[in-house]
Structure formats: structure tokens, C-alpha cells
Ligand binder design. Structure first.
Ligand code: URA
Length: 202
């Protein structure tokens, strides 16, 4: 991806958003209600990247407001991370794939310049990739999340990147037993809080 080219074509994050709101670069534009661009604080140190909007997100234009979003809110609260001020939340594709199917490679590729520009304008210090779609598209890695989650796995645009379970996966795996996906997510979010505190105090 020619990074400079992407950012040079936008003057600001608002410019990126306004362009995305009128996007027709893939077929998802014909079935969407709203383009779902982002939520949270564009100055946040922590960016969370999910897969794509579901039904509630499509209706409201806000990412992670459905059941998975409510669980994400609880996870963030349990880690004392404030969604509104301490995170910037977005997704690999900005329009809902019909029936909530996984976005295709073509759809994710069409949407990629928006995501790259979001990363470049927000300049997060930490990026959480929630679920396999975000991991595959941003890290080009096919390993199961269970194997790579919880570690600062890579660096992207100066941000440390950690794969984590997608909240939808946690909804399907509700056990909180030691070693369960939910328990592991709790460990991961504590590590994120710890690292945010270090960054805030640096
Ligand atoms: N799943 C996602 O990845 N993003 C949303 O906004 C909702 C569900």
C-alpha cells in the first residue's frame, strides 16, 4: 500500500469520513442504510478495529452498538477503559455485508484506504484487532486468534498491535472459567489498561 499516496489524497479525518459517506466503491453500498465510519475519540491512543457493521450499526451509523457492542462496552468497563474518550472504534468495512456475512477480500480491499487513512490521522499508540477478519486483512496472518491473541504482536504506523477475540465470538462462548475465551479477554484488556497507563505516564 503506497501509504503517502493515501494520506496525501485527504486533508483531514473529516475529509476521509465525508468521502466514505458517499462511497460506492463496492457492492455493499447498494444494500447499506448508513456508512458506519467510527465512534469514540479521534485523539485516542487506543484504536479498536472490528470486522464490519451488523444490523444495529447499519441502522444507527455507529459501530459496535448491537449485542457484540454491548459486550465490548462491558469488557472495556471491566478494564476501566472509557469507550468515548479513550478509544477510537472502527471496522475493516464500513458498510454492512448482507446477512452479516464475512466481508469479501474485494470489499475489504475497496475499503482499505479509509482504514489506512483513519490510522494515519488518528495516530493511535495501540491497536486492537478484534477477530479474524481484522487480523487477516491488517496483518496478513491466518493463525487462529487463540494462538496469537494477547501479545503485542506487530507494529503498524508506530502503533503496537494486539489481536483479541471478537466480542461476537465471546457471545457464543459465554463461560468465564479460568482459561476460557472470556477469561483470556479479561487478561488481554488488563494488559491494554496497563500499557495505556504506562503511555499516559510517560
Ligand atoms: N461487529 C463488528 O465487527 N463491528 C460492529 O460494529 C458490530 C459487530
Amino acid at each position: 500500500m503506497p501509504r503517502q499516496l493515501v494520506i496525501d489524497s485527504y486533508t483531514s479525518l473529516d475529509d476521509v469520513q465525508n468521502t466514505a459517506l458517499n462511497c460506492a466503491k463496492c457492492g455493499l453500498c447498494s444494500t447499506r442504510t448508513h456508512v458506519v465510519f467510527a465512534d469514540g475519540n479521534p485523539k485516542a491512543k487506543l484504536m479498536i478495529i472490528g470486522e464490519g457493521p451488523g444490523q444495529k450499526e447499519d441502522q444507527t451509523g455507529i459501530p459496535f452498538v448491537g449485542r457484540a457492542g454491548q459486550l465490548l462496552n462491558k469488557i472495556l468497563e471491566s478494564g476501566r477503559i472509557d469507550r468515548l474518550t479513550e478509544t477510537y472504534i472502527c471496522t475493516v468495512v464500513k458498510c454492512r455485508p448482507p446477512e452479516n456475512r464475512v466481508p469479501s477480500k474485494e470489499e475489504a480491499t475497496a475499503c482499505r484506504p479509509y482504514l489506512e487513512a483513519q490510522i494515519q490521522f488518528v495516530k493511535p499508540k495501540l491497536i486492537l484487532l478484534a477477530g479474524a477478519t481484522a487480523v487477516q486483512h491488517l496483518l496478513n496472518v491466518k493463525d487462529p486468534i487463540s494462538r496469537i491473541r494477547g501479545k503485542w504482536f506487530d507494529i503498524k504506523n508506530d502503533a503496537r498491535v494486539m489481536p483479541v477475540f471478537h466480542p461476537s465470538y465471546l457471545l457464543r462462548n459465554p463461560s468465564r472459567e479460568v482459561g476460557s475465551p472470556k477469561w483470556l479477554m479479561w487478561q488481554d484488556i488488563k494488559e491494554v489498561r496497563r500499557t495505556l497507563d504506562l503511555l499516559n505516564n510517560a
